[in-house]
Design a protein around this ligand. Structure first.
Ligand SMILES: [Zn+2]
Length: 484
């Protein structure tokens, strides 16, 4: 009997409770909302940060497990999940809003993608002939610390001026984080192209290879040191980058001694020039440093097939210490190629001083044009002026030092940089080579500049080697011998 009143009075009791709530325990309604932070910043995309909202009721008490809706003003910059997890999507600004009932709060979101790395994605390790663009443009991708591509970043591309040209020295990354530049090699051998995120030290590099159809082969008759070999190879690659036209191969047959005392017999096909190199004790440091020249030349074009470079090892050590080894080898290799050594044979030398001339000069039209271009148009003497001092081997075989100063192909090496000018390269075109004038070093005839930069010079005494010139046809048959 005692249970019945309870059973029937329960709905009545519930009704009483509801009626009483209207005055002392009304339902919690969001009256305030505060976020865990008012601003978020990201330096990468794809990163997350958690926002949380504290919701209070009309009495200021915290509501446990409030119902909060989350939204972002710009989904391209940041998105937000139903639990307040913010994910960065791209550089820019957005506002994340949390709403509970009639109240809301916002947080500013800023995404500034910081470049963290750069790497090649296309175009690395290509080969192209000198003067011809590589097939695939060089492309890098810039990424942030999360490995996501960074849009709108400037990338600077760079290469040594005598080694290549870039279609764009800088480019801006697209949405894929990629920036691109075309590239044309001007040097032979491996060429390094760097790509750097502008204003940072974040960089990478490409290795491209310039290929010259003109091949110089070195045959060391005595073993060079590693440093010497490196200098010879550097000079070989430089000339291959400057002379870029193939010559007919020659089936060479040279007897021992025909390319100077002690030269070996050579029986082989040469494409395009074979240079014998001997490093020997000549007269100790100072005096004669070395000499170089051709000994076999092609019938018709007269361009060398075989030549020799001889150096005094005592002088090579001195040059290496002065950081002039490559400079001098580059100069001497020019003589083997014909600079100053086949001028007379090609009737390109006028008024030679060794035959009582008073103003020796080189008469090739291309060298003359280049001479005028580098500042020689107002020069009043006969052009292009050739050395009239220094004795046999220096005079009549080099540019005139008093006019050309520190240019590489004078008979004197100057400390510091000895530029290989477009005049020298154009003179090789006058000999009959196909040349790459863009590979020239910067150079102007500037007496004022030269006058201030003088230190002790090294006279390349008797460095033009005058050997009998064996004129051969393509089968190697010696047509005639021109006395030195
Ligand atoms: Zn010389």
């Amino acid at each position: 009997m005692a249970r019945h009143p309870l059973r029937f009075s329960l709905p009545v009791a519930l009704g009483l409770l509801a009626a009483c709530g209207g005055s002392s325990t009304e339902p919690a309604v969001p009256g305030g909302i505060v976020l865990s932070t008012a601003s978020l910043s990201f330096s990468t995309v794809g990163a997350t940060q958690q926002l949380s909202a504290t919701v209070t009721d009309q009495a200021g008490a915290t509501i446990a497990s409030p119902k909060v809706a989350w939204s972002s003003s710009n989904g391209a910059v940041a998105t937000v999940s139903g639990t307040g997890l913010v994910t960065s999507k791209g550089s820019g600004s957005a506002v994340v809003t949390a709403t509970a009932g009639a109240v809301s709060a916002t947080a500013q979101v800023s995404v500034t993608q910081a470049p963290a790395s750069i790497q090649p994605v296309a175009g690395d390790q290509q080969s192209a002939n000198i003067g011809q663009a590589v097939a695939t443009p060089l492309t890098v991708q810039v990424e942030d610390a999360s490995g996501q591509p960074v849009n709108g970043v400037t990338v600077d591309f760079a290469v040594a001026a005598d080694q290549g040209t870039l279609a764009a020295s800088s480019a801006v990354t697209g949405a894929d984080g990629r920036a691109t530049s075309g590239f044309t090699p001007l040097g032979s051998g491996d060429i390094t192209v760097t790509a750097t995120v502008d204003g940072t030290s974040i960089s990478t590099s490409f290795t491209e290879t310039g290929v010259s159809p003109f091949t110089i082969e070195l045959m060391f008759l005595t073993a060079p040191t590693a440093a010497q070999r490196q200098a010879f190879v550097a000079a070989q690659q430089r000339w291959q980058g400057l002379i870029v036209g193939d010559l007919p191969s020659v089936q060479l047959s040279a007897a021992a001694g025909q390319c100077g005392t002690g030269s070996p017999a050579i029986n082989r096909t040469v494409d395009d020039l074979l240079i014998l190199v001997t490093l020997e004790a000549i007269d100790g440091a100072g005096g004669v440093l070395g000499s170089a020249g051709p000994c076999f030349i092609r019938n018709g074009s007269r361009l060398p097939v075989l030549g020799i470079m001889k150096f005094d090892v005592a002088d090579l050590d001195v040059l290496e210490n002065q950081n002039l080894l490559k400079t001098v080898i580059l100069h001497e290799m020019g003589h083997v190629l014909g600079y100053g050594t086949i001028w007379t044979d090609l009737s390109l030398l006028a008024d030679p001083s060794q035959q009582n001339g008073t103003d020796p000069h080189f008469t090739g039209a291309q060298a003359l044009a280049a001479f005028n271009q580098v500042g020689g148009s107002s020069y009043s003497g006969a052009k292009v002026p050739v050395e009239d001092t220094g004795g046999e081997g220096t005079a009549d075989a080099h540019w005139r030092e008093s006019v050309f100063g520190d240019e590489l192909m004078t008979g004197f090496v100057d400390p510091g940089v000895d530029p290989l000018s477009r005049v020298s390269i154009a003179s090789m075109a006058d000999l009959g080579y196909t040349v790459n004038l863009q590979g020239a070093d910067d150079y102007t005839l500037s007496p004022a500049l030269r006058a201030t930069a003088r230190g002790p010079r090294i006279h390349l005494e008797k460095d033009r080697l005058s050997l009998p010139l064996h004129v051969v046809d393509e089968t190697g048959h010696v047509v005639r011998v021109v006395a030195p």
